[in-house]
Design a protein around this ligand. Structure first.
Ligand code: ADP
Ligand code: MG
Length: 549
């Protein structure tokens, strides 16, 4: 038997990184902007704790396209790197300077919003570039460094005369990636991944006009301003107490500029224990047709967009919502299957479910009338949640509503309390009559109402599943659609009730019995009759009917 070490050489790793690390080449820009952001946030932190004695100012990140030279520049004013640091952080693949920073400043920097994690992000540049240059000047008093690499394991490192603090990454865009020299493409990527990142990102300039002077002297002046593509302080990063209803609505419009409908309400998530999670979820207006669009909840890590395909990451019923979830504990650089299996992600998922249930419960308790008026628009999400998540089902018991055809809303408990004496069958089972279509089942509804029964209106497309679930989880209830059978077969009045009648009542009944409509012919008559004038029907015990014949 022979044993030995497998020899991993960098020559072999590079093509692997290029091919398999990321399924999407476009994320190189997200990675480089994330590094530029980290560099800025690190410097901010070091300035804050007095370790960097510099003027922090208002640093921005700039993206520039040089179409002619086929270069893309990412420039930041962050902490920069010394030559030694370039060797340490860049030349060592899979060594994360971000992790090292968080480790070193464990206590003070844990909320600094540092994005980096695996020490692989930088190399994603080689997915689109044939050559990469780094020109960087540290905030420390040391000469700038210039690093060049063409994607082979060989690099050059020399001094440079850059004087401003910060780092410039220059990508020599490869022939097969020239789309990344198009302004529209870069703009699209910045909007997708970087729209809410915490450091202002400049991409070109735009013209603004301003009116000056009064009356006759009034003229329009136009001038060029930096085109900042992001909102560094999105609503979800703020305290709920600092936000008004209008701010939430504005943020919704910012997230979905093409969506005209207003959300019904929102849930602001804001926790730092047992893990960090912020976000805002919106309940959109949903129709009964289940043709809602999924993939509308966006997942962020420290304000960097990760994905809007959250299936398998949050419970499915929550994918019907919209909004943002942000957690530093969501890994950025990994595949979906990894995300789905990740323990943190699972915890986050069940936390969100609980939060959504709690919020619904408090909305219900605080203003029931308002909650009832929203019910029709939100019931699909809730009913779907009750069906698919046991934890949610248990919580939803308190606020899930069952409206009657007349627009009274009951909770299940209220319904049980109200109907327990009047709407049971022989075995004392509570019979819940419901209609799924008010118009089509009109006459049946009228008939049941004429007998003093409550008829629920359960018309969402998943209602049959929900009914099954409820019947399975509760003892002694059964649902019956009003048109399933003759009403007297659906609710079997206790025959004892007749014998409970007083003698007087029995005598008066004798006369009406002449007119009793036998139940077999009744159904036919029902179609012809004016439902408003539904006849009063008296059940006739079998032996009485026979006696008369
Ligand atoms: P990670 O961000 O996960 O740490 P990367 O491969 O993206 O890994 O980057 C490696 C390291 O290189 C960073 O941690 C940082 O120390 C350094 N670095 C990369 N880009 C910059 C930059 N623009 N300014 C300063 N340092 C940088
Ligand atoms: Mg990084």
């Amino acid at each position: 038997m022979a044993t030995g070490n497998i020899n991993v050489s960098v020559e072999n790793i590079f093509p692997l990184i290029k091919k398999f690390l990321y399924s999407d080449h476009e994320i190189f820009l997200r990675e480089l902007v994330s590094n530029a952001t980290d560099a800025t946030l690190k410097l901010k932190h070091l300035t804050g704790i007095g370790e960097a004695k510099i003027e922090f100012g208002d640093p921005i990140i700039e993206i520039k396209i040089d179409k002619e030279a086929k270069k893309l520049h990412i420039i930041d004013q962050g902490l920069g790197m010394t030559a030694e640091e370039v060797k340490k952080y860049i030349n060592e693949v899979a060594f994360s300077g971000a992790e090292e920073f968080l480790e070193k400043y464990k206590d003070s920097a844990k909320d600094a919003g540092i994005i980096g994690h695996f020490g692989l992000g930088f190399y994603s540049a080689f997915m689109v570039a044939s050559k990469v240059e780094i020109i960087t000047k540290s905030y420390k008093d040391e000469p700038a460094a210039h690093w060049t690499c063409d994607g082979s394991p060989k690099f050059t490192l020399e001094e440079n005369d850059k004087t401003e603090r910060g780092t410039e990454i220059i990508l020599h865009i490869a022939e097969d990636s020239e789309e990344f020299l198009e302004e529209n493409r870069i703009s699209e990527l910045l909007t997708k991944y970087n729209k809410f990142m915490p450091v202002p990102i400049k991409f070109g300039t735009r013209t603004e006009t301003q009116k000056t002077g009064e009356g006759e002297d009034e003229k329009e002046e136009s001038f060029e301003v930096d085109n900042i593509i992001n909102n560094p302080n999105p609503a979800w990063t703020k305290q709920p107490s600092d936000l008004k209803e209008e701010d939430y609505k504005n943020f919704y419009r910012e997230l979905y500029p093409t969506q005209f409908e207003e959300p019904i309400f929102n849930i602001h998530l804001n926790v730092d224990y047992p893990f960090n999670l912020t976000g805002i979820l919106y309940f959109p207006k949903l129709t009964n047709e289940m043709n809602f669009q999924k993939d509308r909840v966006q997942l962020y890590q420290n304000q960097v967009f990760v994905t809007d395909n959250v299936e398998g990451i949050v419970p499915e019923f929550l994918t019907m919502l919209r909004g943002v979830i942000d957690s530093p504990d969501i890994p950025l650089n990994v595949s979906r299957s990894y995300l789905q299996a990740d323990g943190n992600v699972k915890k986050i998922s069940s936390y969100i479910t609980r939060k959504v249930a709690d919020k619904l419960n408090s909305l219900f308790k605080e203003n029931r009338e308002d909650f009832e008026s929203k019910w029709n628009d939100i019931k699909i999400v809730i009913e779907y949640g009750m069906l698919s998540e046991e934890k949610f089902f248990e919580k939803a018991e308190k606020f899930a509503l069952y409206p009657t055809v007349d627009g009274t809303y009951y909770t299940f408990e209220e319904l049980q309390e109200k109907l327990k004496d009047t709407q049971t069958d022989k075995e004392d089972k509570l019979v819940l009559l419901y209609a799924s279509d008010k118009d089509a089942q009109h006459s049946y509804i009228q008939d049941a109402k004429a007998k003093g029964y409550e008829v629920l209106l359960l018309d969402s497309p998943i209602v049959s599943h929900l009914i099954q679930k409820l019947e399975g989880s509760k003892e002694k209830i059964s649902f019956a659609r009003v048109d399933a059978d003759h009403i007297d077969n659906l609710i079997k009045k206790d025959e004892e009730q007749i014998s409970k009648l007083s003698d007087e009542e029995k005598t008066s009944l004798k006369e009406t019995l002449e007119n009793v409509i036998p139940s077999s012919t009744y159904t036919l008559q029902l179609e012809a009759m004016d439902s408003n004038a539904a006849p009063f029907i008296i059940t006739q015990p079998e032996f009485m009917r026979r006696m008369k014949e």
